[in-house]
Design a protein around this ligand. Structure first.
Ligand SMILES: C[S@@+](CC[C@H](N)C(=O)[O-])C[C@H]1O[C@@H](n2cnc3c(N)ncnc32)[C@H](O)[C@@H]1O
Length: 180
């Protein structure tokens, strides 16, 4: 899928994608600067989209570590399967609500998300955040890209410490919330 086809898919599904553009490289680098992906064993991404964050993770991930990417849009999943055919990457065309089903009790170093929580139902949001919190290992982090500072309150229901960063180097400018 070309970049313009990916963008068309994004615009055509605004009620589930929640964004007019994909994350910029600067935003992805900022998000990943709060991780140590090179020493991670298992990383989960929620809302893979065009693979912009996925690419940033793969640029840092050790070949013996694993990445699981959840994405509900079939076209995005097909494109990511072509872009990331590596054996240590699993593109899961299913909702992040089902995270626990795929992890089967395994613990995760980082859950990196660009999910549009403002558009996801309360029940689904609670399920995603509950499973995310439960799946992280002791030093694990949940890191979310978002456009509204108000989401901090939501994450505060599940995480005791939340650091908030901001960057203008994205359209629109974005927050990065690092939840421990
Ligand atoms: C704002 S886009 C982000 C895409 C890309 N990761 C980026 O940073 O530009 C959010 C993505 O989350 C996906 N998504 C929405 N709800 C989801 C869910 N419940 N489970 C998994 N993916 C979901 C959408 O299809 C969309 O691709």
């Amino acid at each position: 899928m070309s970049k313009s086809d990916l963008l068309l898919e994004l615009y055509s599904n605004l009620s589930t994608t929640g964004a007019l553009t994909f994350s910029s490289k600067a935003l992805v680098n900022k998000m990943l600067s709060y991780t140590d992906i090179a020493n991670a064993k298992l990383v989960v991404e929620l809302g893979g989209g065009d693979g912009s964050i996925t690419q940033g993770i793969m640029d840092r991930l050790s070949p013996d570590a694993e990445l699981m990417v959840f994405e509900i849009n079939r076209s995005f999943c097909d494109a990511m399967e072509k872009q990331f055919p590596m054996p240590n990457v699993q593109i899961i065309c299913d909702s992040a609500e089902n995270l626990e089903l795929y992890l089967k009790g395994r613990k995760v170093d980082y859950v990196l998300s660009s999910l549009p929580f403002s558009l996801i139902s309360k029940d689904a949001t609670d399920q995603i955040l509950y499973y995310t919190k439960n799946s992280l290992n002791e030093k694990g982090k949940f890191i979310q890209i978002c456009y509204s500072y108000l989401l901090k309150k939501l994450f505060g229901k599940y995480f005791s410490k939340i650091e908030t960063k901001f960057t203008m180097r994205n359209l629109p400018p974005a927050f990065v919330m690092i939840c421990h």
